[in-house]
Design a protein around this ligand. Sequence first.
Ligand SMILES: C[S@@+](CC[C@H](N)C(=O)[O-])C[C@H]1O[C@@H](n2cnc3c(N)ncnc32)[C@H](O)[C@@H]1O
Length: 306
Amino acid sequence: MHQAVLLTETVERLNPRPGGIYIDATVGSAGHAAAIVERMEGQGLFIGMDRDPEALARAGERLAEFGAVVRLVHANFSGMEAVAREAGVTQVDGIMMDLGVSSNQIGTPERGFSFQDDGPLDMRMDPTQPPTAAELVNTLSEFELADCFRTLGEEKRARVAARAIVRERSEVPITTTGRLAAIVEKAVGGRRGRIHPATRVFQALRMRVNGELDALAEGLDAGISLLAPGGRLAVISFHSLEDRMVKHCFARHIGRMVSLAAGGEAWEGTRPKLKAITRKPVMASEAELAENPRARSAKLRVIEAI
Ligand SMILES: C[S@@+](CC[C@H](N)C(=O)[O-])C[C@H]1O[C@@H](n2cnc3c(N)ncnc32)[C@H](O)[C@@H]1O
């Protein structure tokens, strides 16, 4: 079962209250969602979104006891505004996004996310949306594969890995996670400490298959535009590229006061729409890390609409 990361830290800052309207754009196994809905005391509206139908089914079971305040929607969070509109909502009091994949997704070999267990090379969070990882691995050019591994995986030996893949697939198409992991391991070298040599290539492919950075850019904009004055957006990221995107997006809206030559101060550019609730990202406590190593790279940032 997926263990919710930075649970107290996130829910305290979202500060849900009875009668409010909240969106969990990555509801997953509903760890955060259950804590949010509990604080709504049966009043208001909670919309839980996920692009993975299996996750939604789990969330449905876990949230069933809360009845009619909960509405679950199968959708990519890039379409958050449309989902809100369909629920008759124009402004919300709080939104959370807990990015990336869940332990349930990684731990199910048939979903094809894991290099630890053999399975079909799939990696789609939403199994109704192409492409699969196998389609990309067997059709992208060597240059495109290397570019993907370098930019999304920050893999230093991206070209070597891409070349090995192109060579091997010309013999037989690569259709399993086990074979891809073995090809990459042989090409880029042995284990680096505790990290499997295929980690970065798998991460890059997963991000590309699911269009994760594009979805995040659209999801952040949608979330910000939906916030009521005083409404908060909380984002937990696990990857430096994601965290950078969140940080820069928030900074663009938070704005900065600058000194004027004629004296006094004014906002640089347009008047800000947001204020920061977390000046620095919140990280997991030692106690949480001892229980859940996955929390090590988690960073929480929260903003509030003015
Ligand atoms: C880390 S898990 C969330 C776990 C959840 N907070 C909990 O407590 O169980 C991330 C979830 O977000 C979903 N997800 C990732 N990107 C998404 C997107 N662009 N739109 C909708 N759901 C997405 C994944 O399918 C996964 O179920």
